[in-house]
Design a protein around this ligand. Structure first.
Ligand code: ADP
Ligand code: MG
Length: 162
């Protein structure tokens, strides 16, 4: 049976607001956290990922992993795995053994996650970023699984969503 998950909307007026969402999410993250990011080129997937990396205490420069597919960083208390699957097929992605990351000891962020639907863990936080202006963005969060639903409800209670 398909059930429609509730969606949560975050309005970002600028990059700083985008960082604020990352900063609100970061403290809830644990080993095995998976964020599935989607949205057009230039929506802000990498910008959000960089803000999240900073919030997790990653000291290294986080570049777009479009050409490397997967980059690993060490955060303050958790590793940070940054993926971009835009350039590869789902079959190619399957050969990379992504489960090692998804079910590993760190936080995984996947840009263009909807390109690999069959490889994503069932429990994840899907974030679709819409470009609504030059600097305005709309983040649509869809939690899959009780943990991520709880995250979203917590942020909602804290007045993070619109
Ligand atoms: P993607 O990874 O989705 O292709 P990027 O993060 O590489 O997108 O690019 C987003 C661009 O939009 C960056 O140049 C960033 O500075 C700009 N930008 C402007 N406003 C915002 C915002 N509110 N949130 C995120 N990025 C923004
Ligand atoms: Mg990107």
């Amino acid at each position: 049976m398909m059930t429609t998950q509730p969606q949560y909307t975050y309005g970002s007026a600028n990059e700083q607001d985008t960082s604020r969402l990352a900063e609100a999410l970061a403290p809830m993250m644990t080993p095995g956290t998976v964020l599935a990011l989607d949205g057009d080129l230039g929506a802000g997937k990498t910008t959000f990922s960089q803000a999240l990396a900073r919030a997790l205490g990653v000291a290294d420069v986080v570049n777009s992993p479009t050409f490397t597919i997967i980059k690993e960083y060490s955060g303050e208390s958790l590793p940070f795995y940054h993926m971009d699957v835009y350039r590869i097929t789902e079959e190619e992605a399957d050969e990379l053994g992504l489960d090692e990351y998804f079910y590993g000891d760190g936080v995984t962020v996947v840009e263009w996650a909807s390109r690999i639907p069959d490889l994503l863990p069932e429990e994840r936080l899907t974030i679709y970023i819409e470009t609504t202006g030059l600097q305005e963005r709309r983040f649509l969060l869809t939690p899959e699984g009780p943990v991520y639903r709880h995250w979203c409800e917590t942020l909602k209670q804290n007045g993070v969503f619109i």
